[in-house]
Design a protein around this ligand. Structure first.
Ligand code: PHE
Length: 348
């Protein structure tokens, strides 16, 4: 009947007009409910089919079904258009301009002493040494007693020790690791041990905490020339060039004979009387060393009649300062991140 046809055409027109006016997904949803919801115009129309005279039902039903299909399709098309437009808007809002200059984020950097530690450990690993470690809070036994420094020994005065009430102490050097390593691994043995050490010292060139690297080689028939070769090789590899070296006789209770190594001044090579690094002497003291005393080998439960060896101790802070041209020891320990991230040079 004409009324139904009219209603179908009216609903279709009303739908198309409303569809034209919408701009958002919310409006689209409202529209969907308005026409196809439970009480929507199309739904009501569909329900009214049953009230038509039987001969009209078929045609009206077909027309309504095709209107329903059309509405579904148009709603889906409209939804896609709105979503595309919204996505495009978002994309523009969130677009990253990769040509903008970066904000200049600070990069992390190793502390110069840690860097030095890594470099030297790496060189020594190339010579077959392993990296060992030991406690900073140490027993008198390992720090002194086993190293041939009994309680009465005047050498204890060489090292101003921080003691705890129970007689334990903060290790004054990395040498106690010599004993610990011998007891743990036995002979033959090649280790280096980097770490913090502590002495009651505090002025412009001394800090109560500083860093050493111990080296220990135990084997059969080790000669002093192996020590000389090893240590010069290491120092030259570290500084990246061949430096003049001299070995000065010295004294340590745990080595016999004992030496200290001086290297040619890395700043002036001995050519500047006013050199701020070597003070005109042309030499820099970098390591203590010697052939391990038989008493020390014995304390490590190794037979000194079968094995001998050498040990050395390096001041890592000083080596870091020399290599990286750092003039003030305090820069290493003040924790000034601006300095530590600056590449360790410049204005400081
Ligand atoms: N332990 C010594 C010091 O701190 C250095 C050293 C180590 C000397 C090993 C000889 C052998 O002064």
């Amino acid at each position: 009947m004409a009324v139904t046809e009219l209603n179908i055409a009216d609903v279709r027109d009303a739908f198309l007009v409303s569809l034209n006016a919408i701009h958002s997904l919310q409006e689209l949803d409202d529209l969907r409910v308005k026409f196809t919801g439970k009480k929507g115009e199309l739904t009501l129309l569909l329900r009214s089919v049953g009230k038509l005279p039987p001969e009209q039902r078929k045609q009206a039903g077909q027309e309504m079904n095709s209107l329903r299909d059309e509405i579904d399709i148009r709603l889906a098309e409209a939804e896609k258009i709105i979503r595309d437009a919204e996505n495009e808007k978002l994309e523009i809002q969130e677009r990253i301009d990769v040509t903008l200059p970066p904000k200049g984020r600070l990069k992390g950097a190793f502390h110069p002493v840690l860097q030095t530690m890594h470099e030297i450990a790496d060189i020594m690993q190339g010579l077959g040494y392993s990296v060992a470690s030991g406690p900073e809070h140490e027993e008198d036994f390992y720090n002194f007693e086993c190293l041939n420094i009994p309680a009465w020994h005047p050498a204890r005065d060489m090292q101003d020790t921080f003691y705890f009430n129970d007689g334990t102490l903060l290790r004054t050097h990395t040498s106690p690791v010599q004993i610990r390593a011998m007891l743990q691994y036995g002979a033959p043995l090649r280790i280096v041990c980097p770490g913090k050490v502590f002495r009651r010292d505090n002025d412009t060139t001394h800090s109560p905490m500083f860093n050493q690297m111990e080296g220990l080689l135990i084997d059969k028939d080790v000669s002093f020339s192996v020590l000389k070769g090893t240590i010069t090789e290491m120092v030259n590899a570290f500084f990246g060039r061949s430096l003049k070296a001299r070995f000065r006789a010295s004294y340590f209770p745990f080595t016999e004979p004992s030496m200290e190594l001086d290297i040619e001044c890395v700043e002036c090579s001995g050519h500047d009387e006013d050199c701020r690094v070597c003070h005109g002497t042309g030499w820099l003291e970098v390591a203590g060393m010697g052939m391990v005393h038989p008493n020390v080998i014995r304390a490590g439960k190794i037979d000194p009649n079968i094995y001998n060896g050498f040990a050395f101790g390096l001041g890592l802070d000083r080596l870091a300062m020399l290599k990286y041209g750092i003039s003030d020891l305090r820069l290493l320990f003040d924790g000034n991140t601006a300095y530590l991230l600056s590449g360790w040079g410049g204005e400081f």
